[in-house]
Design a protein around this ligand. Structure first.
Ligand code: FES
Ligand code: FES
Length: 157
């Protein structure tokens, strides 16, 4: 609106100029200004993980991140994972292992899952459970999610 200078946000390799007020979250900016609705709003207060995206390759909760704090940084959302028509290996593994039911938590789970392997925090089931603990699943697909993560971990080891 008036008084808010446009911010340059780079999302999935494309830079957008968006007019956002200083207190607007990255989550609302993605969903409402950029129409990137793959990132979900669950709790909007940092407790469910549904809104997980990457900023400069590190996972963040976009509901707790101000959009303006991301200027000049590289934002990646679930829409940026596939390579053209080719799903990301983690997306394929989630499908293969039935790692979702309602699907509401899934994009956040996948963004965390890929990051987890990159962080080196997926070596054991206990590690996977611990480092995925910020991503809640009301459908309790956890065993299937862990199976998908193990498969991608082992394929990329
Ligand atoms: Fe961000 Fe729940 S919507 S953690
Ligand atoms: Fe329904 Fe996770 S698949 S909340």
């Amino acid at each position: 609106g008036p008084g808010s200078a446009p911010a340059a946000l780079t999302v999935n390799g494309t830079t957008y100029l968006v007019g956002v007020e200083p207190r607007v979250s990255l989550l609302d900016t993605l969903r409402e200004h950029l129409d990137l609705t793959g990132t979900k709003k669950g709790c909007d207060q940092g407790t469910c993980g549904a809104c997980t995206v990457w900023v400069d390759g590190k996972r963040v909760l976009s509901c707790l991140t101000l959009a303006l704090a991301c200027e000049g940084r590289e934002i990646t959302t679930i829409e940026g994972l596939a390579e053209g028509d080719e799903l990301h290996p983690m997306q394929k593994a989630f499908i293969k292992h039935d790692a979702f039911q309602c699907g509401y938590c899934t994009s956040g789970q996948i963004m965390s899952a890929v990051a987890l392997i990159g962080e080196g925090n997926a070596s054991t089931d206990a590690d996977i459970a611990e480092y995925m603990s910020g991503n809640l699943c009301r459908c309790a697909a956890y065993p299937n999610i862990r199976a998908a993560i193990r498969e991608v971990r082992d394929a990329t080891a």
